[in-house]
Write a protein that binds this ligand. Structure first.
Ligand code: NAP
Ligand code: MG
Length: 490
């Protein structure tokens, strides 16, 4: 039987007053796996009001850091205990492979544990100021945190926001991408089993322009934290201006992956495949623009294509699959459309470019690993985020040209350099205008380091101590240790 999903508001599972429901689809089979509610504007406003009341009651925000850490650890343990189910739900709903989904769930556990640990760290400053004054700098929760996430890492992107927002003592309201609510619902079932006070965490499902927009506009929401496309991010920022709420934006990318003649070829090939085909290229930090120095270019392209051809594409639940389905029919069509644009622009389609059929794959949304060569920087396939298994390979002469091409983009999320000359690699990576970078690697991330972009790839940082800061207000308390009149007017 198809599962009927419900919102989680004020610690209760509730139906939506909107009778229209959205069929949740497995993109590898197009089978309906659940039906999700689609909240109205009024329902969203009501949920925000409840979140605000809960925040003001202090039921969560007034708890000690030690108590809050204990709840976060409980949630981490519950996720760990339910790893298999969460993994399988992510595979079914998003289309990614089991291996990818399992790593997401493990990272979700680690993220809750990390922020629990951070709560036991010093968090503030004390200054001796003039005379008998002392200043304390303290951190406080912001209030109601509206969290809007995309469909590419449905669980992990939610957790990257929920864990620090709760750690800081906020009340949270999560809106998953409407097409991928399955792991969010499961996560809230687990949160419901924990000792988090009822009402401190709300799950509300529905359409971005309705639920997301209401959250971004609401005067009762104090921070909107959004991960998604740059276009919607710009819209969120405008909507947030009404009450000057804090905005945290993790947006798109078109990241350069620069390979020098002196790179270790096998390492460069391996990470360059991983950099774009992991998650079927539906990863914000994907290395979607490979730049190769002219001396290595021909050999690199030839070997890259040989290896990309061998990637086994198939349903995520099949252990044999190395690359899964595209998340939805709409996105699948958008990727195929970009491939068509690339051909029309005169790029050389060196590999792939089509839907995969046969062996039952025609039931799902599968696209071949696709490689374009002979591209120029003005082409749309080089400038725009395709967000699929499509990579462009471009040739450069020297360091100067590599940096020029790498930075010729409105985005600034990620980037990498491959070279055995460490001095050169560091020199170049420091010039790449991006927030997340690698030398001789790609995609390997770590919770202790801040995640976010330069330029139009976003504002603010997730993860690390910066990620906790994002959900906190900063207050100075100036204390007169020797109270006596100042006599300014005498
Ligand atoms: P999206 O279309 O921007 O949607 C993201 C979320 O925003 C969804 O929940 C969506 O709702 C909602 N939304 C849509 N319109 C809205 C509006 N007017 N007001 C408020 N919310 C609205 O992005 P996506 O296609 O899901 O995800 C892919 C994008 O995310 C890519 O650009 C990728 O680079 C980016 N991304 C960035 C990071 C990072 O860390 N920088 C990480 C992952 C993904 P619906 O459910 O109705 O669509
Ligand atoms: Mg929508």
């Amino acid at each position: 039987m198809t599962k009927e999903l419900k919102h989680y508001i004020n610690g209760q599972w509730v139906d939506s007053s909107n009778p229209n429901k959205l069929n949740i689809i497995n993109p590898a089979t197009q089978k309906v796996i659940a039906r999700a509610p689609s909240a109205t504007k009024e329902e969203t406003e009501e949920a925000i009001k409840i979140a605000k009341r809960m925040f003001e009651s202090g039921i969560w925000s007034d708890q000690s850091p030690v108590a809050r850490a204990a709840v976060l650890l409980q949630i981490a343990d519950l996720i760990q205990e339910n790893l298999d189910e969460l993994r399988d739900l992510e595979v079914q709903n998003n289309g990614k492979t089991k291996r990818e989904a399992e790593s997401d769930v493990e990272e979700a556990v680690n993220t809750f544990r990390y922020y629990a640990g951070l709560l036991n760290m010093p968090n503030g400053q004390v200054y001796e100021t003039s005379g008998n004054m002392q200043t304390l700098i303290i951190k406080e929760p912001i209030g109601v945190a509206g969290l809007i996430v995309p469909w590419n890492f449905p669980l992990l992107m939610s957790v990257w926001k929920i864990a620090p927002a709760l750690a800081a003592g906020n009340s949270i309201l999560l809106k998953p991408a409407e097409i991928t609510p399955m792991t969010a619902v499961k996560l809230f079932e687990l949160i419901d089993q924990s000792d988090l006070p009822k009402g401190a965490a709300t799950l509300i499902m529905g359409d971005g322009p309705v639920v997301g927009q209401t959250i971004a506009e609401s005067v009762d929401v104090d921070i909107v934290s959004f991960t998604g496309s740059t276009g919607v991010g710009r819209h969120i920022m405008q909507a947030a201006a009404g009450n000057m709420k804090k905005v945290s934006l993790e947006l798109g990318g078109k990241s350069p992956n620069i390979i020098f003649d002196d790179a270790d070829l096998e390492t460069a090939l391996d990470y360059s495949l991983f950099g774009i085909f992991m998650g079927s290229g539906q990863v914000c930090s994907s290395g979607s623009r490979i730049l190769v120095q002219e001396g290595l270019y021909d050999e690199f392209v030839q070997k890259y294509i040989q290896k990309a051809k061998k990637i086994r594409v198939g349903p995520g639940h099949d252990e044999h699959s190395q690359m899964g389905a595209i998340v939805s029919e709409k996105h699948f069509k958008s990727i195929l459309n970009y491939i068509q644009i690339g051909k029309e622009e005169g790029a050389n389609l060196a590999l792939g470019g089509s839907r995969i059929e046969g062996n039952g794959l025609e039931d799902g949304f599968f696209i071949e690993p696709t490689v374009f060569t002979d591209v120029t920087t003005d082409m749309r396939i080089v400038r725009e985020e395709i967000f699929g298994p499509v990579v462009t390979i471009q040739k450069f002469k020297d360091e100067e040209e590599a940096i020029k091409i790498a930075n010729d983009t409105e985005y600034g999320l990620a980037g990498a350099v491959f070279s055995t000359d460490q001095n050169k690699a560091l020199r170049i990576i420091k010039k790449v205008r991006a927030g997340i970078t690698w030398v001789n690697a790609y995609h390997l991330t770590n919770i202790q380091a801040p995640w976010g972009g330069y330029k139009q790839s976003g504002i603010g940082r997730s993860l690390s101590t910066y990620g906790l800061d994002e959900y906190q207000e900063t207050k100075q308390i100036n204390i007169n240790l020797d109270p006596a009149p100042i006599r300014w007017f005498e």
